[in-house]
Design a protein around this ligand. Sequence first.
Ligand SMILES: C[S@@+](CC[C@H](N)C(=O)[O-])C[C@H]1O[C@@H](n2cnc3c(N)ncnc32)[C@H](O)[C@@H]1O
Length: 237
Amino acid sequence: MPKVRHLLKLGVVAATSRSTRVFYDRVSEFYESVFTDHLVHAETMSAVLCQAFPRPDTAAVLDLGCGTGTMTRRLQEQGFRASGLDFSFESLRRLRKAAESIPTVQADAIAHPFGSASFDAVTCLGAWRHFPDPQHVMDEICRVLRPNGIVLVGYFPPKLGGLFSVPSGIFGRTVIALYRFVIRLVNQNDRIDGEMERGLSQMLNRAFVTVRRIKSGKNSYVLFAAAPCEPNQEVRE
Ligand SMILES: C[S@@+](CC[C@H](N)C(=O)[O-])C[C@H]1O[C@@H](n2cnc3c(N)ncnc32)[C@H](O)[C@@H]1O
């Protein structure tokens, strides 16, 4: 359970940050003590990758929206050649402090500085809900992945600010609509309704040969996709 002090601070920072990037810069200091449920997905995602790559040291993995490195550090511990990309400078600074040998890049997920076919896998944990143009992010993922590459996206059921579960039904939908309004008011991006998962799943199905939904924790899933389709190829599992 996050400390009350951190929750209060989180609320103040959320209300007074004028972009998602500024928000994550400002919460980076206590981010990992609040968002502990990400550890479960990090376990699941690294276990899936260990199965796919029995020799992790041969696999280059990009952790997209790596933040302070919950997933990136786990990948490195497992022996993968992990790199992290995030647009929050302060989060990356903390990641580098904790694991200085991990290469990090400060960039937007819609435009990577990496060459085409540079990675065997891309992971994205908890960041998809923030992307204002997810199709562009998906295009970039497909571009940097090698032909049999894997992508793993970890996300959570609708939660306000990534923390408080939203009930289903009309009350939940009203809460989500209000949350959306407030988030737009402070110029941030945070899509927390079920649409995010549906859209992501459709995008993966269009772009990859194999797509699976993997259970991770109590009510959460990770989407797995392998082998980006060649242009004009339409193959599904
Ligand atoms: C909920 S945090 C997840 C961080 C980390 N993956 C984890 O699980 O602890 C979302 C991260 O996505 C990053 N992010 C959001 N939108 C981004 C974008 N368009 N480009 C790059 N990073 C982005 C934020 O800066 C933040 O670090």
